[in-house]
Design a protein around this ligand. Structure first.
Ligand SMILES: NC(=O)c1ccc[n+]([C@@H]2O[C@H](COP(=O)([O-])OP(=O)(O)OC[C@H]3O[C@@H](n4cnc5c(N)ncnc54)[C@H](O)[C@@H]3O)[C@@H](O)[C@H]2O)c1
Length: 189
């Protein structure tokens, strides 16, 4: 059984991959190794992961639907997806706005479509943005917090609809972060 991990050369992806490999899981990592920050750092992380025989890597863009679907077809033992590849940052969106739609919108759609091709899929986990903690005043942040990033907006909208929408989004975020925390933290913690 293998886990498909996108963004494997990234900050969080590397640590998630390492934690999974350390507990004996098999990981198929993908990353496009873009130059948003120093590629040598991403290569160095991959070198560490490649030392584990349970790790396989493909340099691939998550928006490359044919490439992703071919990868999934070629790994019949995949059972879950952890989708962490993303274009992060705010200032860079002025410089390269297309990168955000390609990676975060199209890339996420491609991964969800890929998930439909995985027989006996047990789950798909993906990361949202730390920005959802924006309006939360309680420090330090916790995955148990009732975060309210859009507090002002929700209060200014009529009826219950905005609150419910925010609740859905925030509960999803908490759920996803909990899942990643469970992966990275020792099981006994
Ligand atoms: N770091 C944080 O504090 C934090 C907090 C909350 C949420 N997140 C989210 O977690 C995820 C991972 O964050 P990170 O800090 O590890 O970022 P990161 O930039 O270090 O890692 C992202 C990785 O995805 C890869 N990537 C980007 N676009 C790609 C594409 N189109 N196809 C394939 N690979 C691609 C990059 O090369 C990089 O290695 C992001 O969605 C981020 O928004 C991060």
């Amino acid at each position: 059984m293998s886990i498909l991990l996108t963004g494997a050369a990234g900050f969080i992806g590397f640590h998630v991959a390492k934690a999974l490999l350390d507990r004996g899981e098999r990981v198929v990592g993908i990353d496009n190794l873009n130059d948003y920050y120093d590629v040598r750092l991403k290569e160095a992380r991959l070198d560490l992961l490649r030392a584990d025989p349970g790790f396989a890597f493909a340099k691939l863009d998550v928006a490359d639907r044919d490439g992703i679907l071919a990868l999934v077809e070629g790994h019949r033992d995949l059972r879950s997806i952890i989708h962490l590849a993303a274009q992060a940052g705010v200032r860079y969106s002025l410089e390269n706005p297309y990168a955000y739609v390609d990676a975060n919108v199209m890339g996420t759609l491609v991964m969800f479509e890929a998930a439909r091709r995985i027989e006996r899929l047990t789950g798909i986990t993906y990361a949202s943005s730390s920005s959802v903690y924006g309006a939360n005043r309680q420090q330090p942040f916790s995955v148990e917090d009732r975060v309210a990033a859009f507090q002002g907006t929700a209060e200014s909208l009529p009826g219950d609809a905005a609150d419910r929408l925010v609740d859905v989004v925030m509960n999803l975020e908490n759920h996803v972060v909990s899942d990643i925390a469970e992966i990275v933290l020792p099981r006994s913690a």
